[in-house]
Design a protein around this ligand. Sequence first.
Ligand code: PLP
Ligand code: COI
Length: 356
Amino acid sequence: MCEEIKVTLTDCPKQKPDEDHLVFGHTFTDHMFEMDWDKENGWHDARIVPFAPITLSPACNCFHYGQETFEGMKAYRCEDGSIRLFRPEENFKRMNNSNDRLSMPQLDVDFCLKALKKLIEIDADWVPHKKDTSLYIRPFMIGTEPSLGAHTSNQYKFLIILSPVGAYYATGLSPVKIYVEHDYVRAVRGGTGFAKCGGNYAASMKAQDIAEAEGFSQVLWLDGVERKYVEEVGAMNVFFVIGGEVVTPALQGSILPGITRKSVIELLRSWGVKVTERRVAAEELVEAYKEGRFTEMFGSGTAAVISPVGLLRYGDTDMVLSDGKIGELSQKLYDALTGIQWGRAEDPFGWSVKVL
Ligand code: PLP
Ligand code: COI
């Protein structure tokens, strides 16, 4: 494992984007972290370099067989002037689970955290100041062996790039419209659904495109076997309020174990709110809606934070939730979570990690 991180600073810093008009993931900071892996040397050549295109052989494994994993996290500029991360070790641990599933090498979690902190220190001026903005962090790993044999790559690259962002959805905290996707599936148990890998997202683009063309933000996936139980949304886990109880689909291998999901469950339980992780049939939601018991729904994710769902469509049934407005629990969770993330509230869980 490499210990040293070599730093080469840019000699032409870029102009920072207008914080009032940040589009998610469109602009990148001045620097990036990069390191390489091969069988003989393990991880080596850890370096922070100016953000720039990388040169790869067109025969690299990642282009043909998709050995790619990634993470999504954020750095927040807090009111006391500090810059903080939210549960960052959870992301690198999850990345190791994804790497294991895709037969890719493990990362040293502490070293990755050290590299990330150093990168953020160097690009600290890029962490935006405006309310609800943050610096989105995208660690990712790719198989780089230039060989067309369909086997595990013997060479990899790990990179971290940074992007100042505003809200993920153009609508901000406003409620989104989602429909339950019946024709296409995203993942099955035994597949890669629980891993954060590009292939899962590639498989979801077609349904996403159709949803957007029809005026919906994303689709709610059904399980890939019976197409009966709801799983998660394109970039978020989901929660339902049914009969006053909070319910979320159980993690059974086909859903991404979201760090925001885990935090929401822990927050709710700390407030004494009952949360049940179980299978939830789409039909159950329709029935509960007709009986007036399914009253609120929201998604959770790093990019999306807490995203209220104002309308859920299943077949011919349109379920209008919380009168199409931001639900009470969604707002309370949004305030609590963002309070901890931006250092506006106490952090009794020790989730917030100071960088600077
Ligand atoms: N599910 C999917 C498919 C996602 O892409 C994301 C985003 O990362 C999530 C759930 C939420 O995960 P997290 O809360 O760790 O960001
Ligand atoms: C995140 O929330 O960090 C994600 O990775 C979702 C991504 C598809 C934007």
